[in-house]
Design a protein around this ligand. Sequence first.
Ligand code: GLU
Length: 506
Amino acid sequence: MLNPNVRVRFAPSPTGGLHLGGVRTVLFNYLFAKKHNGTFILRIEDTDQNRYVEGAEEYIIECLKWCGLNADESPVVGGPFAPYRQSERKALYREYAEKLVMHGHAYYAFDTPEELEQKRKDVPNFQYGMAHRNEMRNSLSLPEHEVDQLLDAGTPHVIRIKMPEDETISFNDMIRGYVSFDTNTVDDKVLLKADGMPTYHLAVVVDDFLMQISHAFRGEEWLPSAPVHMLLWEYLGWKDSMPQWAHLPLILKPDGHGKLSKRDGARLGFPVYAMTWDDAKSGEQTEGFREIGFLPEAFINLLAMLGWNDGTDQEIFSLDELVEKFSMERISKAGAKFDFEKAKWYNAEWIKKLDAERLIKETKAVLTAKGVTVTDNSYLQTVTELVKDRLVLLTDIYEHAWYFFKQPDEYDLNSVKPKWNEAKTEFFQTLITQLQQTADWNAVDLENSFKVLLTEKGLKPGDAMLPFRIMLVGGKFGPHVFDIAAALGKDEVIARIEKGLTAFTA
Ligand code: GLU
C-alpha cells in the first residue's frame, strides 16, 4: 500500500548535463521513497529563463530511465499535482509573494539593473539586505504614495524577502543534525522577478508545500539557501507541513580538495556526467559514463557507495538490495572522494555478474557501433562468456573480441618466424586433415587430439601452441586457445591455419 507520508522529489533545473552528484541525489530520494512505499516525484525547476538550455529536460528524463530510477509523478507521466514543470505553474506563485508583502515579510523593489550595478561598484561586497535596503528604491524606503504611484504606472519591480535582523534560524537536518544560521548574514533574496516568474527560492517552497513533499533531500550546496526557505515556510503559515531536510554531502575531487567539477573530469580523464551531454548553447560535448561503457547497475552501485554503506564490508548491491538496506542514518556527513579506478572496478564486477541476455544486448550495441555485424546471438553469447572477465568497460568488448568476427590481417610474425621449421609446417598440415575429420567440435577434444598429434610428431606443446594462437587471433592474447577454436568453428579454424601457414612460411 502506498504510504502517503513519504513523498520525495528530485527538482533539477534544466541547465545542462546531469553531474554524478545529481544522480546520487536522485538515487537517495528514490531509495528512501521505495524503502517506505512512498512516492518519488520529478519536478522540473525551469523558472530561470536565462539559464535554460534546450534539451536538458529530455536529457534528465532519459538519464533517470537509463538508471532505472523512474519517477512516479513527473512532467512525463503526470500525477495528481500536475503540472510538474514550474514554468507551467507561473500564475500561481504571485499570490504567495503578494501575501508575504502584505504581512510585511517581503517588499517591492524598483531598482533598475543600472542602479544595482552602480551600487555594486560603489559598495564593496554589496548585499541587498539590512545594511543597505534603506538606500535603495523599494517599498520600505519610499513613501507609500510613491510606491502606489510606481505600482499603478506598471513600473518594473521585483519582490524581495525582508530578512529579519538578529535572528537565529535553525533546523534539524537528517544527516547533519542541528544546523543554525544568523539572519544578518543572509541577503534579501528576490522571490518574484520583474517578468512575473518566481525565483527558485519562492517556487521551491510553494511547490514543496503544494505537492505535499514530506522529505527534501538535496546537495549540500543548497545549505546556504536553507534559512531563506525556512523563513518562507514560516511566513507563509506552513511551518507544520515543512518537509524534513537532508543535505547530502558533496562528491569531492580524487584528492579530496573541493567539489568534483566537470572540469576535473576533463583534466583527469574521466566522465563526470551520467550520459554524454551536447550543450545546445555552447556547442560543447561532455562525455558520460553511459557512453564510455558503464552499466547502469554499476553506476548506481558506485554512486550509492559514495557516502553510504550498510555497515558491513559488502560493496556490490543491486538496486533492489539497496532499496531493502538503505537508511538515511548511514549516510556520512563528510564529503566522499571520487575514485575513478574504483568506479571501473564496480563496472567490471557488474559485467561479470550480468545475465547473458543483457550482456548480449549491451555488447552487441558496442560491436555494431564499431562496424561489426552480429547475426547470431548464441555465438555472441559464447564469445562474451569467454572474454567477460577481461572487460572493465563495455566498450572493451571490441578490443577483446574483434577476432571472433573477422580473420586477423596482421600477425605477430616476430614471435613465430625465427623459430619456424619444416616440422611445424608438417604438423599444421596434418592438423588440418585431422580437424577436417573431427566430428565432435569442442575445446576438450580439440586440445586432446592436438596434444596427441604433437607427441606423434615429436614436438613439444610450446612449439605449436603459440603459433596456433597467432594463426587464430594474430597475436599473443585472448582466452584459452582451444576455447577460441571451439567457438570459431571447424571451417573458420581450418581457414585461419591455412592463411597463417602462408604468412609464416612466406
Ligand atoms: N532546482 C534546484 C537544483 O537545480 C533544486 C534544489 C532543491 O532540491 O531544493 O538543484
